[in-house]
Design a protein around this ligand. Structure first.
Ligand code: GLA
Length: 729
């Protein structure tokens, strides 16, 4: 890890263990240009790649061709409105209504460690594990200072970036767009990889050819969303899991985003990421600053595997925090699919009793315990225990569960308000709405206006009061509708465009307060399943509910897409009952357990009602979890085969850091007649070690397992899964 400034050549060079990133300052006007991002190189003198010796030259020497310069130069942080017709990273509107702006390098600082991003989640590291470059630029005419931040890490091939804007002038201006990162490169015949989805079908991998013009994925739903994901990768055409070049960006933010690639007339590609400019307008007063969220950039010369490994390492070590950062999570049983809204203390205790006798460690009480909530059409905001259902009160229930040797967890949806709630009847202006217009309902609820301090304080106290009232050790924090009808009764007209971002900042503030007051709490985020599964939320909660779809086969694709970026330890995954409540499919109980093992592991069923043979399997699954979870959580994950691509079977493995142990998961979806065994090749073992499959005598060399492979017998039946555990002989 190194950051160097070469003064004579005016070049910045950032090095991670295997990658280098170079940018340079050119001309008397101090334009900052991107030079190179790729495999680590030692040479720094490659400023020629900015093409400043090719026509149309630099502007100060040939002002008549200034427009051509603007439209071709590989800007490190492109500005809009002055002649660069590609998509910019920043737009402002002055009080006079003008929109052009520019960026000229002024100075820089290189420091050890990494400064926090005020009010925002971000990766972190200490003085020895990372270093940061701050590049300061300005637009004198607009009175704007722009600070670009870059951090490199000693142990991971990631570079993080963020941007801070300051108004240095005497008048306010409006920020109408502020992206956080940009890569202006030559197009290498790229494919674009993104994650697409829907409710119960999140993060399916999509790959397509990158063509001329703008291609993007985005959300302006107020959250990162089921539909698109704040992630984008450009991969060379031949890129596979193991080979080829990948440039990836992931946004450490949970609100509106845009991730984009634009191929220009000169075969340049500009890849950028930031807050979605739709409905965004932030008023910056003189002296005020705006901190844009962080983007994580990864370059891999080792295909998608290399990218995934870097993301996983970064997030495990430099993003996830708290007591459960590297701790086995309790095996939970959640009553949602077991009872929906129809439960009482007695019912919950009957589930808990049976569950504890089978080795399950925590009961989670889901939606429906508060106010008059007996369906999803009312009472959000009325966070008072419904003692008609929870007879004896919450503390009694929690104590009884604790007496069984189990922990207790609870569900909240703190950001919401039902039109049919005491809270709404008292404070109709607390809902986000456009005054005078009937606001759009979704799941018969509105979203609270978290830009108001009294609303944030009310929400916090509601949650904290309940947590203080009993020994509650886990919270599932849900968010079940997306934002619309953007309007706040309190913000002034010139600040209404700030509502989306202020909302996200308030969610972060709430979770920050919660995790500080309750440092031992295990927090799991959720949003109608996995609509807010992003690095921003992972900063507060070490796990996120991956999807409302718990079907083992549907989960293969969802978990594959999620694990492309996020460590297995973050993926909320449960065994549920069959026929599956979302797709009606019947899969073996064993398979459901094996698929859930690749995540946090738990149950979501009425354990008093499932068939005896399924119940009998639970203690074995519990033992399996305890046996393998350290490996699953800490090991390196590699994708071996993808059901979403081959439509036949799925296969992945987790290898321990010392390469002494590997757990392979194989899932055959549909069986076919007359098939032989399947050969799979393992990854990243030690070629010189000997391994044996647990319970078998014979040994296999690491090199044979990796280069020649292992034979997996063809399972009899559909939806069959198996685990293969190999240890050093
Ligand atoms: C969302 C969650 C579910 C469940 C319900 C309760 O859909 O994803 O797991 O908690 O809300 O209403």
């Amino acid at each position: 890890m190194k950051i160097t400034y070469f003064e004579k050549e005016r070049i910045f060079k950032l090095d991670t263990p295997k990658t280098s990133y170079l940018m340079g300052v050119v001309d008397e006007e101090n334009f900052l240009g991107h030079i190179y991002y790729g495999k680590r190189i030692e040479d720094y003198n490659i400023g020629y790649l900015m093409r400043t010796d090719e026509p149309p030259f630099v502007p100060s020497k040939n002002n008549r061709e200034r427009g051509s310069f603007y439209d071709t130069f590989p800007f490190e942080y492109p500005t809009g409105g002055l002649g660069d017709y590609r998509e910019s990273c920043i737009s402002i509107r002055t009080e006079g209504g003008h929109v052009g702006c520019s960026f000229s390098y002024v100075s820089h600082n290189i420091v050890k460690g990494k400064p926090d991003l005020t009010g925002l989640p971000a990766t972190f590291g200490d003085q020895d594990s990372c270093m940061t470059l701050e590049v300061i630029g300005e637009d004198k005419h607009a009175g704007m200072k722009v600070a670009l931040y870059y951090t490199v890490f000693a142990d991971t091939d990631a570079i993080t970036r963020s941007v801070k804007i300051e108004n240095m002038g005497e008048n306010p201006f409006y920020l109408t767009k502020v992206f956080s990162a940009c890569l202006d490169m030559d197009n290498q015949d790229f494919d674009m990889i993104s994650l697409h989805g829907s409710w119960a079908r999140e993060r399916h991998i999509q790959r397509k050819t990158l063509g001329y013009g703008i291609q993007n994925v985005s959300s302006f739903r107020g959250e990162s969303s089921h539909q698109d994901h704040p992630f984008l990768a450009l991969a060379t055409k031949n890129t596979t899991q193991e080979n080829g070049e990948v440039y990836a960006m992931n946004f450490v933010y949970s609100g509106n985003f845009r991730a984009q690639a634009e191929v220009s007339q000169f075969d340049g590609v500009r890849m950028s990421m930031g807050i979605h400019p739709e409905h965004f307008c932030w008023k910056l007063m003189p002296g005020a600053e705006f901190q844009a969220p962080e983007v994580v950039m990864i370059y891999s010369a080792e295909g998608l595997d290399g990218m995934t490994t870097s993301f996983h390492h970064l997030y495990k070590k430099h993003l996830i925090r708290g007591e459960y950062k590297d701790k086995k999570r309790p095996i939970l049983i959640n009553n949602w699919e077991a009872t929906y809204f129809d439960f009482t203390t007695e019912k919950l205790l009957s589930i808990a009793k049976e569950a504890s006798s089978l080795g399950i460690e925590m009961l989670v009480m889901d939606d429906g315990w508060f106010g008059k909530r007996s369906s999803d059409n009312c009472a959000l905001g009325d966070w008072v225990v419904n003692e008609e259902k929870i007879q004896g009160g919450l503390k009694y229930l929690v104590d009884e569960v604790n007496k069984l040797g189990m922990k207790f967890g609870i569900w909240f949806e703190p950001e919401m308000i039902s039109p049919d709630s005491d809270l709404y009847r008292e404070h109709p202006d607390w809902a986000i709405a456009i005054p005078g217009r009937v606001a759009t309902e979704s799941r018969q609820q509105y979203v609270l206006d978290l830009s108001r301090k009294e609303v944030v304080d009310y929400v916090y106290e509601c949650v904290a009061r309940i947590l203080r009232s009993a020994n509650i050790e886990y919270v599932k924090w849900d968010m079940n509708r997306q934002l619309s009808d953007l309007g706040s009764y309190e913000l002034s007209a010139d600040r209404q465009g700030e509502l989306y971002h202020r909302y996200v900042l308030a969610v972060y503030e709430l979770q920050d307060r919660l995790t500080k007051e309750f440092p031992h709490l295990l927090l799991e985020n959720c949003s109608g399943g996995g609509a807010r599964f992003d690095p921003g939320m992972l900063y507060y909660s070490p796990q996120i509910w991956c999807s409302d779809d718990t079907d083992a086969v549907e989960r293969l694709e969802i978990q594959e897409g999620t694990a492309l970026i996020y460590p297995l330890s973050t993926m909320g995954a449960h065994v549920s009952d069959c026929p599956n409540h979302t797709v009606g499919r019947v899969t073996p109980f064993e398979t459901r357990g094996i698929v859930a093992l690749a995540g946090t592991f738990g149950y979501e069923l009425d354990v008093t009602k499932i068939p005896q043979e399924d119940r009998d399997m639970i203690p074995k699954q519990v033992a399996m979890y305890h046996k393998y979870n350290d490996l699953v959580r800490r090991g390196d994950y590699y994708r071996i085969a993808s059901y979403s691509q081959n439509h036949k079977y799925d296969c992945w493995e987790v290898v321990s850091e010392d390469k002494k142990e590997v757990l392979v998961t194989f899932v055959q979806v549909l069986n076919r007649a007359n098939f032989k065994s399947r050969r799979i090749r393992l990854k990243e073992l030690d070629p010189n070690k000997q391994y044996h499959i647990e319970g078998e005598e014979r040994t296999y060399s690491g090199e044979a397992l990796m280069y020649a492979g292992l034979q997996i017998p063809n399972p009899w039946g559909d939806f069959k899964a198996m685990l293969i555990h190999l240890v050093e002989a």
